[in-house]
Design a binder for this molecule. Structure first.
Ligand SMILES: Nc1ncnc2c1ncn2[C@@H]1O[C@H](COP(=O)(O)OP(=O)(O)OP(=O)(O)O)[C@@H](O)[C@H]1O
Ligand SMILES: [Mg+2]
Length: 362
């Protein structure tokens, strides 16, 4: 039987994530709709603070306080492993499940793997009321006083029917696959005995060890050097092929997106502004924001450690005082007075697999 062309795994529909802070309400994600297909990679790009990580966290129902999902659905088409006779997916709205319950704990790590952005590398511009977002969100990290092999092993044992011995073999194999030298020895190391880059690779090994249906990779390789990055991307592609894994890939690196993703979503101020096939958008970006972003994003082979998106002209607006009409209008080189500051743009199809939300095309 051939695979269906569109086999949705996650459908995010009109998602809103808000932070109710002393100064007002921050709309971190503001009416986002997107679909992640089984076995495919969706790239997510956009300036720092546009809501990429909060979207990823919403999928796992892990929004840090005081943040909340205030609207929308996240439909997960769950297909249980090892159930050959079952053809029908279980449909779960991830926004409705108990964030501390059994279901979401099975899904997190077991069915949806996650590699979070390194806490130090985030540049989120708004730290209101002294809350640093990454203090609240560093939920998936290595435990200091536990051997890395045991950390991978426990993850595997929690989600797959394997013995302790088998889980150790899997852990060694995963460490080898992420490029850790002498994995049979490293498996008994504690996190502090590894370098930062090796720890990040162990995190990646943990995320991939259960062969999840989907991997959320939030700038997974930003801290790694180019050759290790290439190796990690290869592993992700391998698993995608062999296990039909979907990937939500968040990065500022255009080269990585081009080599990994079939489709991309461009985000600005919590909204998608353009989406479609990667090549189509790279060759023919329609939204002035996408055009600016593509000019400013680091190109393949120009990676530096900790590299950040070059800035686009103008400031990101005050979250408590959002522009009317199109939120990008104060920075837009194509601004049309009386229109862009008055009317909120709708989605417009501009190609076979290409849509944009911009008044220039309405
Ligand atoms: N604790 C918080 N309090 C208030 N606002 C917050 C908090 N955490 C996040 N936000 C808001 O959510 C927005 C989106 O944050 P998010 O981490 O998703 O951005 P991002 O696109 O992942 O950025 P980066 O590229 O820097 O990782 C931020 O711009 C900020 O306005
Ligand atoms: Mg982020």
């Amino acid at each position: 039987m051939s695979k269906p062309l569109h086999d949705p795994l996650i459908e995010v529909k009109d998602l809103r994530v808000e932070f109710d802070v002393r100064a007002g309400i921050v709309k971190a994600v503001d009416g986002l709709t997107l679909t992640i297909h089984r076995g495919k990679t969706l790239g997510v790009i956009g300036e720092s603070g546009c809501g990429k990580s909060m979207t990823a966290r919403a999928i796992l129902n892990m929004i840090p306080k005081p943040g909340k999902i205030t609207n929308g659905e996240i439909i997960y088409h769950r297909r249980m492993k090892n159930s050959l006779e079952s053809q029908v997916d279980d449909i779960i709205d991830l926004t409705k499940v108990d964030p501390d319950g059994k279901v979401i704990r099975q899904i997190r790590g077991g069915e949806i793997g996650m590699i979070f952005q390194e806490p130090m590398s985030s540049l989120t511009p708004v730290y209101t009321a002294g809350v640093h977002i990454n203090e609240a969100v560093s939920l998936h990290h290595l435990v200091p006083l536990q051997k890395v092999g045991d950390q991978i092993g426990e993850q595997v044992q929690a989600h797959r029917k394997v013995t302790k011995e088998e889980s150790r073999v899997i852990a060694i194999d995963m460490l080898r696959r992420v490029g850790i030298p002498k994995p049979e020895e490293r498996v008994d190391n504690y996190p502090h005995q590894l370098s930062g880059g090796q720890r990040q690779r162990v995190m990646i090994a943990v995320a991939l060890s259960c062969e999840p249906a989907m991997l959320i990779a939030d700038e997974p390789t930003t801290a790694l050097d180019v050759s290790i990055e290439a190796q990690i991307l290869d592993i992700m592609r391998d698993l995608q092929q062999s296990a039909n894994m979907a990937i939500m890939f968040i990065t500022h690196n255009l080269g990585v997106i081009a080599s990994m993703a079939e489709e991309i979503v461009v985000m600005y101020m919590g909204k998608a502004v353009e989406q479609g096939k990667v090549l189509e958008i790279f060759q023919n970006p329609k939204h002035p924001y996408t055009q600016a972003l593509l000019r400013s994003i680091p190109k393949l082979g120009k990676k530096k450690t900790g590299e950040r998106l070059a800035s686009i002209t103008g400031m990101v607006p005050d979250p408590f005082n959002l522009p009317t009409g199109c939120v990008f209008h104060p920075r837009c080189p194509m601004f049309m007075a009386g229109k862009c500051d008055k009317i909120a743009p709708q989605w417009k199809k501009v190609g076979e697999d290409h849509s944009v939300s911009c008044l220039l095309y309405e």
